[in-house]
Design a protein around this ligand. Sequence first.
Ligand SMILES: C[N+](C)(C)CCCC[C@H](N)C(=O)O
Length: 288
Amino acid sequence: MPVEEFVAGWISGAVGLVLGHPFDTVKVRLQTQTTYRGIADCMVRIYRHESLLGFFKGMSFPIASIAVVNSVLFGVYSNALLLLTATSHQERRAQPPSYMHIFLAGCTGGFLQAYFLAPFDLIKVRLQNQTEPRAQPGSPQPRYHGPMHCAASIFQEEGPRGLFRGAWALTLRDTPTLGIYFITYEGLCHQYTPEGQNPSSATVLVAGGFAGIASWVTATPLDVIKSRMQMDGLRRKVYRGVLDCMVSSVRQEGLGVFFRGLTINSARAFPVNAVTFLSYEYLLRWWG
Ligand SMILES: C[N+](C)(C)CCCC[C@H](N)C(=O)O
């Protein structure tokens, strides 16, 4: 099993992650709290109240976890394609796989990475939603002191299954939308690259950026539900399950609820996935 794809997936994911984290914090707040009037208001208030560091809350854990999550995604995707089409990463330029195979391999990667992602994503969302400024003597203490404390508290208060709160919504979000992610990327690269050649850096950046947008646009409705399921149970449990969360969110806030965070998700998705695919392609070419 080629391991390069796993390592390339890890490094490229980390590069994208740091670039996208401030957008991600704003998104999580807009999706789960009702006190902000919009993206700009949320950004200004984070900056005033919590300084620049406020935007980077909850990032250390994703950086560590991206090693596992992105390498599972890209590694499983590439190895699934190898199984389905019997071609390696390099050979696929000359013999492009069918879109059906690309979609299936993407879904498989998405499905498996969701299980690795679930506990890390839960901790990230809980930490990002703490609005207390950095600890100063006498100021209110945030509930969780950091990722390890957050993980331990969830484990103690909600049991081991608590760490997988929202995992089902996350799997539903990621399985089809990571199929869409790879189809968009490969489709655009194929379209703008002469037969049998490697795509240019500009093509990779643009195709990666649009792959991120296509995937996030389709993922946003379940992303909202996922974030809400993850915050549920913090004080008292409100939702009985994914469907109940969807129905009661729509009843209370209308269909627009499914698009909360769409603009910010898309704005984040372009740069993050452009650099993710660029570093992925270059690392593989460099090792290939
Ligand atoms: C499937 N869904 C759109 C949810 C995620 C796509 C992940 C791509 C990249 N790691 C990123 O964070 O943008």
